[in-house]
Ligand binder design. Structure first.
Ligand SMILES: Cc1cc2nc3c(=O)[nH]c(=O)nc-3n(C[C@H](O)[C@H](O)[C@H](O)COP(=O)(O)OP(=O)(O)OC[C@H]3O[C@@H](n4cnc5c(N)ncnc54)[C@H](O)[C@@H]3O)c2cc1C
Length: 348
């Protein structure tokens, strides 16, 4: 009974979005508040493992994690948020969820399957598609935000590596995505070239998960790109009880998972302080980071861009390419790392 009263006294924190930012935040505060996580799917997925899972579907067993596995003391609502008022969130399936504090972490909108099983099956189907194809077209694949001019040399190395793996690069042309289909197995590019391929993958980046916000009380809190404007405490500018974290924010830095996680930690600290009646002036601040990225090239090599230097080969590969930080991420979520993936030369 006493426990129930304590739970009733707790502040209601609603987190929208169960990606890196929202999942880590919800996990950090689940025993400090009455937490609800709203996500359009039933699982958290480690996004930087999803390409490996496409070529090795068993990898997804560790990188696709049901929210219920790490959120043992929170309510999970599997639906999309479609509106917000000053006090409630409305979901697509008609639920109204009241909040004292709201955290928006809707990063990118993806049409992923709802259940973990469906997602694992999707990886298996994509893998079969790859295995039965003689030729594959990849549309897109270079994130211009990720590779600035200082990384020119590394771009050249990446190009050399791809060419050595018999990847034919067709730069500075586009494929019309609206008419793309793998029925005819022929694809037209913007300069009139026809490419024959058995199947294709579109890797052109994802739309921000903020379209739904444009119809809410936060419509004026978005910048021109549709990102939520936040202050140094990660609160939506001018709002007392609404935070935003992860890729959805207008923080001027590379949009990356390890930064989304750091923002989740800052927001968790600030929520804890505010829920405990602490002064706003004592809140933790978040400072944008310099560009740092490690791009895996197969299971052993990688190209790494640090603030003052870039390196490529086995050394950065050792940092990331074997396990892609999946074991570490699982541990950070309070889960067993499980075994490391087998090292095979396939797809290297
Ligand atoms: C292929 C790939 C490789 C990457 N590699 C790296 C890497 O090596 N290192 C690194 O640090 N970062 C990497 N990133 C970037 C990193 O994954 C992102 O920065 C990170 O996922 C951002 O987390 P997020 O929680 O802000 O957004 P997301 O991960 O996009 O999560 C958003 C969540 O919100 C949910 N959602 C969206 N709209 C709604 C709605 N209306 N209602 C309810 N739920 C909603 C979505 O279902 C999703 O669960 C990579 C990304 C990709 C795609």
């Amino acid at each position: 009974m006493e426990k129930q009263e304590q739970a009733g006294d707790r502040r209601r924190v609603v987190v929208i979005g169960g990606g890196v930012a929202g999942s880590f935040l919800a996990k950090s505060i689940q025993f400090l508040a009455n937490v609800t996580l709203i996500d359009s799917k039933e699982y958290f997925e480690i996004p930087w493992a999803n390409l490996r899972a496409t070529v090795e579907p068993s990898f997804a067993e560790r990188s696709v994690i049901n929210h219920t596995d790490y959120l043992t003391n929170a309510r999970i609502v599997t639906s999309s948020a479609v509106n917000i008022t000053e006090t409630e969130v409305l979901t697509a399936d008609g639920q109204l969820i009241a909040y004292d504090y709201l955290v928006i972490a809707t990063g990118h909108a993806d049409a992923f399957p709802k259940s973990r099983t469906e997602r694992l099956n999707q990886y298996k189907a994509e893998n079969q598609k790859i295995n039965s194809a003689q030729s594959i077209l990849i549309v897109g694949g270079v994130d211009p935000d990720c590779w600035n001019l200082s990384a020119q040399k590394q771009q050249e190395k990446a190009v050399k590596w791809l060419t050595s793996k018999k990847v034919e690069l067709k730069l500075e042309q586009r494929v019309n995505l609206s008419s793309i289909s793998d029925v005819e197995k022929m694809y037209q590019t913007s300069n009139g070239e026809t490419i024959n391929a058995d199947c294709y993958f579109v890797c052109t980046g994802k739309a921000l998960g903020s379209t739904w916000i444009k119809e809410t009380i936060l419509k004026d809190d978005l910048d021109n790109h549709g990102r939520v404007k936040v202050d140094e405490y990660l609160k939506v500018k001018g709002r007392q009880n609404i935070f935003a974290i992860g890729d959805i924010t207008d923080i001027p830095e590379l949009k990356q998972g390890y930064l989304a996680k750091e923002q989740a930690q800052v927001a968790a600290k600030n929520l804890k302080l505010l829920m405990g009646g602490g002064k706003e002036s004592k809140m933790a601040t978040y400072k944008p980071h310099s560009a740092m990225a490690i791009v895996s090239l197969g299971r052993k090599d990688a190209v790494a861009q640090f603030p003052f230097m870039t390196i490529s080969g086995r050394v950065p590969g050792l940092l990331k390419s074997g396990d892609l930080f999946v074991g570490k991420t699982r541990k950070d979520m309070g889960l067993a790392s499980l075994c490391c993936p087998r090292l095979s030369s396939e797809y290297n």
